[in-house]
Design a protein around this ligand. Structure first.
Ligand code: GRF
Length: 209
């Protein structure tokens, strides 16, 4: 399994994937921002990088086509979005259906979009966490595969939640990527997802230790 990781920022999830001893191979790291620290992490790990700056492209489609071309050049089987802060066009997403993952810092379908920790606190949620899901054309809406779950404490604030959720992310993202690498998890042509050869209805929940 040849994996590309798409990043825009710090890249701690990329680091977790690099450290995870996956049976697949991370063949390239692509950023839309030249200053993303994630690129340094890729350099240190000896992995090819490419920066494709969205502002150099006239349209979203043109940018997406450049990204797609790079993924093809790397002969990628699986695209892993790890803090990639661009919305990808439906045409692009369709081409990678069942082969592109994202991680989102909430227990989807709760709190799509930004500011998820603030939203969870405001809603008075007793549980919060993160979700690894397949990417579809609708934002944060593809099938959820695994969730990292924590109990919100009375003294939690946005920072403490962000920190705890990040830790959970570093645990569940490599896990799900490895499931795809070793075919424990399979996306079928009819859109169904099998885990251990059984249809997956709800995401696997992994609780904070
Ligand atoms: C994570 O919180 C992830 O849920 C969201 O973007 C953040 C990326 O963090 N999609 P990092 O760059 O991997 O540290």
């Amino acid at each position: 399994m040849r994996i590309a990781v798409l990043v825009s920022g710090h890249g701690s999830n990329l680091q977790a994937l690099l450290d995870a001893n996956l049976s697949g191979q991370i063949v390239g790291v692509l950023s839309n921002k030249p200053t993303a620290y994630a690129l340094q992490r890729a350099h240190v790990a000896g992995i090819a990088t490419q920066t494709i700056e969205h502002q150099n492209y006239a349209s979203r489609d043109a940018f997406d086509q450049a990204v797609h071309a790079q993924l093809l050049a790397w002969h990628v089987d699986l695209v892993v979005l790890a803090g990639f802060m661009r919305i990808l066009s439906p045409a692009f997403v369709t081409q990678w259906e069942g082969r592109m993952l994202n991680i989102h810092p909430s227990l989807l379908p709760k709190h799509k979009g930004m500011h998820t920790h603030a939203k969870a606190l405001e809603a008075g949620d007793t549980q919060h966490g993160c979700t690894v899901h397949f990417v579809t054309a609708q934002l944060d809406s593809g099938q959820s595969l695994a969730q990292g779950v924590l109990t919100v404490n009375v003294d939690d604030d946005q920072d403490s939640l962000a920190q705890r959720v990040h830790k959970l992310e570093h645990k569940i993202y490599p896990l799900v990527v490895e499931w795809l690498c070793n075919k424990t998890l399979v996306y079928q042509a009819n859109g169904e997802v099998l885990l251990h050869e059984k249809k997956l209805h709800d995401p696997v929940q992994i609780f904070e230790e």
